[in-house]
Design a protein around this ligand. Structure first.
Ligand SMILES: [Zn+2]
Length: 271
């Protein structure tokens, strides 16, 4: 099982970047914090989630159907979501992408949080105005807007463009909930990355259901399954990786500190 399956990491340790490829490095996170990229890593940037920018520019935050704002003040949200229709937000996000690529020297890149906050978002004046200007109904406009952003990022990335997806393979869900049209994005994205996190992986049937769902949903387009590694019992992490490797083109382990444990998982999936 798993022969030919890529193994990589999402890490905060430069030594892991030297030991594993691909090694993803979070250059800008949802809080708005920046970390200088490490040479050899693939930069990840959270594009439309940014608490710092939301605080500085409250009018750039996504707005729900009842006028509610997509911030952590609401119980549902863990971070603040910026509106992709705002030209200022798009310029900011494209600037983060360019800067991370320049600083890292990487030819590949991973887009994170390119998404509307959830179903019903965003109803801000910029979205309403843009939808009517383009003559699109609101649902179609959302799909169009995010695709357009990815299309603009594409020429900045010389090699592989990775794109993070929320782990719901059910047909129609990513479209309705987040404004993400996976089929259209295939044109620009080389590899989708699906984080399916658990703190223990004590059972794996659900992981297998989701992994199989994504394999079917993506119809042969390359995708990597990302597992959470920190504090997970090695035997269980290995089992989860093996289950995933039967369906995904690559396995990533995120945030694990111990290089030896990472090697054991890599060997288990055939690398
Ligand atoms: Zn909006």
């Amino acid at each position: 099982m798993g022969s030919g399956c890529t193994f990589g990491v999402v890490t905060r340790f430069p030594e892991h970047v030297r030991a594993f490829a691909p090694a993803f490095w979070e250059v800008k996170d949802v809080g708005g914090a920046r970390r200088d990229p490490v040479p050899g890593s693939i930069p990840m940037v959270s594009c439309f989630a940014d608490n710092r920018t939301a605080k500085a520019h409250p009018d750039w935050v996504q707005v729900g159907p009842g006028g509610e704002r997509a911030t952590r003040d609401q119980p549902y949200f863990d971070w603040d979501c910026l509106c992709p229709s705002r030209p200022e937000v798009e310029e900011l996000a494209l600037g983060w992408v360019r800067e991370a690529l320049e600083q890292s020297g990487s030819r590949s890149f991973r887009l994170d949080d390119v998404t509307f906050a959830r179903e019903g978002y965003c109803r801000c004046p910029a979205c309403e105005e843009a939808a009517s200007r383009k003559g699109l109904d609101w649902e179609t406009y959302r799909l169009h807007r995010l695709e357009e952003f990815v299309r603009r990022c594409r020429p900045l990335v010389a090699d592989t463009l990775y794109f993070t997806l929320y782990p719901d393979p059910y047909p129609g869900h990513l479209e309705r909930r987040f404004g993400i049209d996976v089929d259209r994005l295939k044109k620009w994205v080389d590899v989708f990355v699906v984080p399916i996190y658990d703190l223990a992986y004590s059972t794996t049937y659900w992981l297998e259901v989701l992994a199989q769902g994504f394999r079917d949903r993506l119809g042969g387009h390359p995708w990597f399954l990302e597992l959470y590694g920190l504090g997970v019992e090695l035997e269980r992490l290995v089992k989860a990786a093996r289950v995933g490797a039967a369906y995904a083109d690559g396995i990533l382990v995120a945030y694990e500190r111990d290089e030896e444990r990472l090697r054991r998982v890599a060997e288990a999936v055939g690398r």
